[in-house]
Ligand binder design. Structure first.
Ligand code: NDP
Length: 492
């Protein structure tokens, strides 16, 4: 399978005709190849998007939304096929892959509904016989740059609101996961999206991503990925006065209080820490536990971990799949060495798995450190792998303080039965998402998704909040008095 570029409604070969292999991280098998495009390809996509956007913005929003509705139906029809490709391409287990496709389906139907809302405000004027309103208008051309860990969901979070709002889109998927991009683009085309409204340009971040960020005719960049790259993009966009929405890393914690249901907390930890092999921006990588229940919690966690089957995610019994590639595997292993060096106690895992059926894939044993100090690097930096650090605390207040002591602010969770602690925690945890008696993952698409502090730059994916990234506010005043009325002067 070859993934080329999709520009102006057609699959086209990149200017340079260079390709990179697409690998299955579960077994190293080559699944196909993906174009390594250039700035010239971005230029072609921009030309197509500019032409298409003017017409698309004039299509009534409910009609634009009907296309998304058909996209939703097609995603639903192909859910199983898409989930299987997703698992083969990025490694997450099939059950989670189905969940990810479902997010795309939900987002399609939700954003299709926005076609009949896209609400602005009407408000009284301070003057007689004058009408005032604010309406949403499209920004123009939207560049979206997506990572490999949620190759379809994140693309839908960004492209669906952009499209329903009347923008044209240029999408650069991660080079690791172009097959999902190809599937979604074909669905857009089948659903009847006019040519040029969505364009796909595959290739590296350094070439294609940079060309998009620096292109003067791309009006907004929406990015999900690492902090390092996000910062570079923000700096470039800042110089160009270009709008940029950044969704980056996390160092998310589950707090377990001494009154918690420990079995439930363990389920939450397993799902949040080891699901998608820890490669979620909302993954739990810290467990902040009250010292009174620390030993019990550790015992229960280690017991449950014995039954986590590791392997190819297409096997329905497998709970932990591979990580994305060899570099990720090495990075995770280095963090484990750092944790050991810092004096943390390794309770489980801490090694690469490469025996038997796992020999050709990239597998890391689910790992648990305990007696971790909040200031250690393993408790501060994003590892993006199946490694969790247990940090003991003496009180609820200390737990909140430790939770908030990182530079990230995406997701947090607390397990407790005390209603006062529940409400205090939801107020004081300084993350964009807070869960009570659930893990750190599980965002629903109709609520804003994103974080505070170093996780982002104030924007949100999902929910109505996503529309703020892809629309401008226009304030309209209509005077029907027949005379010139001067605001702030003629109203006394
Ligand atoms: P990156 O931030 O490198 O990649 C994310 C996307 O940005 C990819 O499409 C990538 O392209 C593109 N990109 C890379 N460099 C540039 C650039 N200079 N200008 C514009 N676009 C660019 O993340 P990685 O995939 O390399 O993962 C590295 C680490 O990032 C992870 O270990 C994890 O810590 C974090 N991460 C966090 C995610 C989250 O959900 N918060 C998601 C993914 C990663 P390409 O890869 O094709 O070159």
């Amino acid at each position: 399978m070859t993934v080329d570029n999709f520009i102006d409604g057609e699959w086209v070969v990149s200017e340079k005709e260079q390709y990179a292999p697409i690998k299955n991280p579960a077994n190293g098998e080559t699944l196909g190849e993906v174009a390594l495009s250039t700035a010239e390809d971005v230029e072609r996509a921009v030309a197509a998007a500019k032409k298409a956007q003017k017409q698309w913005a004039l299509v009534p929003a409910p009609q634009r939304a009907e296309v998304l509705y058909r996209v939703g139906l097609l995603l639903k029809e192909r859910k199983e096929r898409l989930a299987r490709i997703l698992t083969m391409e990025m490694g997450k287990v099939i059950e989670e892959a189905r969940g990810e496709v479902q997010e795309g389906i939900d987002m399609a139907f939700y954003m299709a509904g926005e076609g009949r809302r896209l609400f602005g405000n009407t408000t009284p004027s301070e003057l007689k016989d004058k009408f005032a309103m604010s309406i949403r208008v499209p920004v123009g051309i939207v560049g979206i740059i997506t990572p490999w860990n949620f190759p379809i969901a994140i693309a839908t979070w960004k492209s669906f609101p952009a499209i329903v709002a009347g923008n044209a889109v240029i999408w650069k998927p991660a080079t690791e996961t172009p097959l999902m991009a190809r599937e979604l683009i074909n669905i857009f085309a089948e659903a009847g999206l006019p040519n040029g409204v969505i364009n796909l340009v595959c290739g590296s971040g350094s070439k294609v991503g940079t060309a998009m960020v620096e292109h003067p005719d791309i009006d907004v960049i929406s990015f999900t990925g690492s902090n390092e790259v996000g910062r570079t993009i923000a700096e470039k966009c800042g110089k160009l006065l270009k709008r940029v929405s950044l969704e980056m890393g996390g160092k998310n914690a589950i707090i377990v209080m001494d009154d918690a249901d420990l079995d439930l907390a363990v389920e939450g930890i397993l799902w949040s820490a080891f699901g998608t092999s820890g490669q979620r921006c909302t993954a739990c990588s810290r467990v902040i536990v009250h010292e009174k229940v620390k030993e019990d919690l550790e015992e229960k966690l280690l017991e449950r971990m014995r039954y986590l089957k590791i392997g190819d995610g297409l096997d329905e019994e497998v709970k932990v799949g591979p990580v994305i590639n060899g570099n990720a595997l090495q990075k995770i292993h280095e963090y484990v060495q750092i944790g050991r060096g810092e004096g943390a106690v390794l309770l489980a895992g801490g090694y690469i798995l490469n025996d038997g059926e796992l020999a050709d894939g990239y597998y890391y044993a689910p790992s648990v450190f305990t007696d971790v100090e909040p200031s250690m690097r393993i408790a501060q930096e994003e590892i993006f792998g199946p490694v969790v650090s247990i940090i003991p605390v003496k009180s609820f207040e200390e737990a909140i303080e430790v939770n908030n002591s990182v530079t990230f602010g995406l997701s947090s969770s607390i397990f407790t039965r005390d209603i006062n602690k529940v409400f205090t925690a939801q107020r004081d945890l300084d993350t964009g998402i807070v869960y009570v008696n659930a893990g750190t993952t599980g965002a629903e698409i109709h609520l804003p998704f994103g974080g505070t502090k170093g996780t982002g730059n104030g924007h949100r994916d999902s929910g109505v909040a996503a529309l703020d990234v892809f629309t401008e506010w226009k304030s309209v005043y209509i005077d029907f008095s027949g005379k010139l009325q001067r605001a702030q002067i003629d109203n006394n």
